[in-house]
Write a protein that binds this ligand. Structure first.
Ligand code: FES
Length: 347
């Protein structure tokens, strides 16, 4: 069945069409097509997903009552909740505003700092609580900006938690020589102790999952680049994704592999998930050898890449060398995703 949603953003009319499988609620089919409907309770209670049924027939509400406006005028449209609407025929709905794949408005919000704790070595976990009822949406794999008044520039960090949660988790590496990261940790620790809020804007980044992929995924992370992959993996697990997912996590020293147990647990619990840890032991090896380690490991396990989607998080050098190695081995460039491509050049 075909579902059509008509909407307008900034007075600009938009129409989105997508298929809905029998038994799927409208919001599930929309999500699969990468279209984000406003959602909260998913239980017909909060009414945030309200829409007008302009044409067609649906089962609606927890009682699955039949609502049919076939052949009626627009004025006779019926209000229904898209989280509790199962189309029986092709339907047209009107929704106040929805966003197409890849589109989400950047919002600025004040967050409470719930936790600033060392996970391992010099890597910290920071938990930020979003205000109740105002959870800004983000896609798995996106990042945010921390606007700390004491610093001139915002600090950008990948979101390590999956979309849809009120608590947002960050992983921050703050070795003694990383002054900027140490300052951020210090400021966040003070906000935690003094119970003051911090200003955050989100979401940013294009290397993310705007919809559930229908192909195998290869995720390559260096150091705290793991945070971006964690968000993607936890999102896919929450969606019962069954295609293969392979995570390659490279670090310079053992202490930097700060959540190895968690990655191992994903691998133990989910047959489609594979994890390969790579510890460079950087002393005495050339920089490039360290960069190639991740792509060499991927190519060893995946000689055929034509059908895969690859996400890479790491330094520009690492990302470009991975892009060269993998595209040379047959990965189409359009299937290589990294935020580095948006802000860094090769030189
Ligand atoms: S999400 Fe709350 S009513 Fe649909």
């Amino acid at each position: 069945m075909q579902v059509e949603i008509v909407s307008s953003i900034d007075n600009e009319p938009r129409r989105y069409q997508f298929d809905c499988m029998p038994g799927d609620a409208v919001y599930e089919a929309a999500e699969r097509a990468g279209i984000r409907l406003p959602l909260s309770c998913k239980n017909g209670v909060c009414h945030i997903c309200r829409a007008k049924l302009l044409s067609g027939k649906v089962m609606s509400g927890n009682q699955r009552q039949v609502v049919d406006v076939t052949g009626l005028e627009d004025a006779d449209s019926k209000e229904i909740m898209l989280c509790k609407a199962w189309p029986e025929t092709s339907c047209v709905f009107e929704v106040r505003n929805i966003y197409a794949p890849g589109e989400l408005p950047v919002k600025n919000i004040a967050c409470q700092v719930l936790k600033v704790e060392v996970i391992k070595g010099y890597v910290y976990q920071v938990d930020l609580q979003l205000p109740a009822g105002k959870t800004p949406e983000h896609f798995a794999g996106q990042y945010l900006a921390l606007d700390l008044p004491e610093r001139e520039e915002p600090a950008f960090f990948s979101i390590a938690s999956r979309p849809g949660l009120r608590t947002i988790t960050l992983h921050i590496q703050a070795d003694p020589h990383l002054e900027s990261a140490r300052e951020v940790i210090q400021l966040l620790s003070s906000a935690f102790t003094e119970k003051t809020v911090v200003s955050v804007s989100l979401p940013y980044g294009e290397a993310c999952l705007v919809k559930i992929p229908d192909q195998p995924l290869i995720l390559m992370a260096a150091g705290t680049g793991f945070a971006q992959m964690k968000s993607i993996i936890e999102y896919l697990i929450s969606q019962s994704y069954s295609r293969p997912v392979s995570l390659y996590w490279g670090v310079r020293k053992q202490d930097d592999m700060y959540l190895q147990d968690l990655a191992q647990e994903w691998s133990n619990l989910h047959a489609n998930f594979h994890f390969k840890p790579l510890i460079a032991d950087i002393e005495g090896i050339k920089d490039n050898a360290h960069h190639n380690q991740l792509s060499d490991a991927v190519l060893e396990d995946h000689p055929k890449l034509e059908n895969s989607m690859v996400f890479v998080s790491g330094s520009p050098k690492l990302v470009f060398s991975a892009m060269d190695a993998l595209t040379e081995a047959g990965l189409p460039e359009a299937q290589f995703y990294s935020d580095v491509l948006a802000y860094a050049s090769r030189d």
